[in-house]
Structures are given as C-alpha cells and as structure tokens.
Write a protein that binds this ligand. Structure first.
Ligand code: NAD
Length: 368
C-alpha cells in the first residue's frame, strides 16, 4: 500500500502521525511511505531520520495526498484539506465525527473511508485513545492550576496549598483514563480531590487506591453540590463515539466560585458545559459567569515529543494491519478495526456517529 504522512495544520498541533520508526515498520512490510518534508520537525524528528528508515520525502503536501492510498494523521482533516478527498482514499487519524457534521458530509460525499483512532475498540477498551487521554489528564491538572493564577484571571489559589493554607479543590467528572490520569497528578500535587462517575465499581476501586479523595455517584444533585466547592473542574466524561452530555448547565454558574476554572477535556466530543466551544493553545480560555473555561481540543499537541511517541505505540499495529491485509480484510478479521471504521464508500458505518446527526447507519456487513 502507498502510505502518506502530512504535516498537521491545526493551530499549535505539533504532533505527527508517524515516527521514523513507524515509517520503518511500514517499509519493512513492503509498503511505500511518502512523507511531506518537515512533518516531524516539531516532534523532534528530522527529515533525515525518515529518509534513513526508507521514506520518500516530498515537498508538496497535495502530492502526498494524491499519491497515497492511506493518509496517516493525528487530528481530523481541516476544511482546507477536504479538496484532497477522493473515492477509495483511506484516512487513519483521530476524527471525532460526532461533533463535526461538515466533515461527515465531506467524507460521505467524496466516498472516503475513515478509520478513527478514538473508536477502535478491543478487549482493553479504546487502545488508541488511551495514550492521549493519559497525556490530557496530566495536562488538565497543570493547565487548571496555571489558570488559577491571579495574572491569568484565576482566583489566586496555589493548587497544593502550603503549611496552614488549604489546597485547591479539584473536581474530576468521569473517572476513566483522562480522569484517573488527572487524579494521579492532582493527588501527587496534594490537591483536595472530588471525583464523580456513573460507575460505582470504578468509584470504589479509586477510593481504595487513593484514600484521601471524595467520590460520589454522578447525578445532578451531587454535581451541583460538588461544583460549589470546586476551584478546578476537570470534565472527562465519555459515552464512546457519542456527543458528550452537557452536564454543567448555565443555571449552575451562579453558585460556582468566581475565578474557578473548568478544563473541559471532553470538548473534542462537543464539551460538557452548555457554553463550551473549542479553543486553541494560542488562545486557550474564555470566561462565562465568572468561571474560566479551558476548552483546547488537542491538548496533547503542546507536548509533541511525549505525545507522538505514545500515539505511535498504540496506532502502529492497526495501521500496519490495514496496510498488510487491505482495509476490507482487516475489518473482517479484526473487530477492533471494524469499530474504528466511521465512514466507508459514502456510508456512515458507525452507529453513534450516524445518530449524532440523524443520519442513516449502514453496518459494514451490509456493504461487503
Ligand atoms: N481535549 C483533548 O485534547 C482530549 C485528549 C484526550 C481525550 N479527550 C477526551 O476526553 C474524554 C474522556 O476520555 P477517556 O479516555 O477518559 O474516556 P473513558 O471512556 O476512559 O472515560 C470516560 C468516563 O466517563 C464516565 N462517565 C460517562 N458519563 C458520565 C457522567 N454522566 N458523569 C460522570 N462520569 C461519566 C464513564 O463511566 C467513564 O469512566 C473523551 O471525550 C476524549 O475524547 C480529549
């Protein structure tokens, strides 16, 4: 198969879809890999490293898209990239389609097949979302703490407190991979942590591991009470493939602390507050009701060295399987890849994505 690697163009997105080692693995399996010059620079990978692993370097982004059977990326294609879409092209990347109707329409119209990292599902859960969720969880605490600083508009608390002064209260909504990673950092920084989840078994396990935290079953009343105390709120809820539930309503803000911070990690699935809208690393926050909202949809992009390597450790094996077997055979033989298939030859093949826009759902089995 001909594989293409292009430079990410989203604001402050410095990760890259393939490391030189990953390129080497494709080449060893007999594939051709076209790399847009300079793609890996911001992640610390020089063109010469890709050349050494057998890549063909190309100056022109459009040519990489044109020559490739499968484009491997990090973030969803942006509008300026839709012009490269064509029938039978495969795009392997994070897609987050349930929050992006325009992209769904473009993929369907041009009959592009898309395999979305975030919906690939195996017996371990969501293996290609996990590494970035871990990064985002750790960053959420650091960014939340940063926006508590007075000069950033925050309430002026130091997250850890000091002798005789209480630490900040960190409310984590959703104790999955992001939530647990955030918990680990917040706990390490000695913050006062409250965690809500709908899964009681998960809450009990976390309470056992981190004894000094407060856990509640997530429901409206517990959420309202916990929001009143919070200095930093980290929302990390997920209903796989579906839009994030808007748990934090406008009406709740009047009882929240002024200068507190909501880090809405779930923004890539539409966000968990009624006012959330995506922001960028260049301009990461906005204020509503006296509360600072941090809604960066590609948080791991700001630590590209860590993130690119962690991402490739998870995505390479599925990408290689698609390249080695061809998309159809890979889907038939590996349910994890089938779960990842979001669009195929002009059809929406992921149920939650179709439901997000009231579009027709067509299972892959009906098309093969
Ligand atoms: N912004 C970013 O840069 C970035 C990076 C990585 C992940 N994410 C996003 O973060 C979100 C969480 O990812 P994850 O890997 O932790 O998912 P996960 O599936 O591991 O965890 C989600 C958790 O949310 C819980 N949950 C669901 N509904 C809930 C509710 N109403 N109240 C409380 N808890 C609820 C689930 O029980 C689960 O424990 C996803 O939307 C993911 O796409 C964003």
């Amino acid at each position: 198969m001909k594989i293409g690697l292009v430079r990410e163009i989203k604001s402050s997105e410095d990760r890259v879809g393939l490391t030189p080692d990953a390129v080497g693995a494709y080449v060893k399996s007999g594939h051709t890999v076209y790399v847009e010059k300079g793609s890996g620079e911001t992640s610390g990978f020089k063109d010469s490293a890709y050349l050494k692993k057998g890549a063909i370097l190309i100056d022109d982004k459009a040519l990489v898209w044109k020559k490739s059977d499968m484009i491997v990326k990090v973030k969803e294609p942006l509008k300026s990239e839709y012009k490269y879409f064509r029938k039978n092209l495969i795009i392997y990347t994070y897609m987050h389609l349930a929050a992006n109707k325009v992209l769904v329409d473009a993929l369907v119209k041009k009959q592009v097949s898309s395999v979305a990292y975030e919906t690939i599902k195996d017996e371990t859960g969501l293996p290609c979302l996990r590494p970035m969720s871990e990064v985002a969880g750790k960053l959420a605490v650091l960014e939340g703490a940063r926006f508590l600083y007075k000069n950033n508009g925050g309430n002026g608390l130091l997250i850890s407190g000091v002798t005789g002064v209480n630490p900040a209260n960190v409310l984590i909504i959703g104790g999955g991979v992001v939530g647990r990673s955030a918990l680990d950092n917040a706990y390490g920084l000695k913050a006062d942590v409250t965690l809500l989840d709908i899964n009681e078994k998960n809450l009990n396990a976390l309470k056992e591991k981190y004894q000094n935290i407060t856990t509640y079953v997530s429901n409206e009343e517990n959420l309202i009470q916990s929001l009143k105390k919070a200095d930093i709120v980290i929302s990390s809820v997920l209903l796989p493939g579906a839009k994030a539930p808007k748990l934090i309503k406008k009406a709740y803000y009047k009882n929240m602390k002024k200068g507190s911070v909501i880090v809405d990690v779930a923004i890539d699935q539409g966000g968990s507050t009624e006012v959330s809208k995506p922001t960028t690393h260049d301009n990461p926050v906005f204020t509503y009701g006296g509360v600072i909202h941090y809604c960066v949809a590609n948080m791991p992009g700001i630590v590209p060295k860590t993130s690119t390597i962690a991402l490739n450790l998870a995505t390479l094996k599925f990408g290689l399987e698609i390249a080695n077997k061809g998309l159809e055979k890979a889907i038939k033989e590996n349910d994890a890849i089938k779960h990842g298939l979001n669009t195929y030859h002009g059809y929406i093949t992921h149920k939650e994505v179709s439901e997000a826009f009231d579009y027709h759902y067509t299972p892959f089995e009906m098309l093969s």
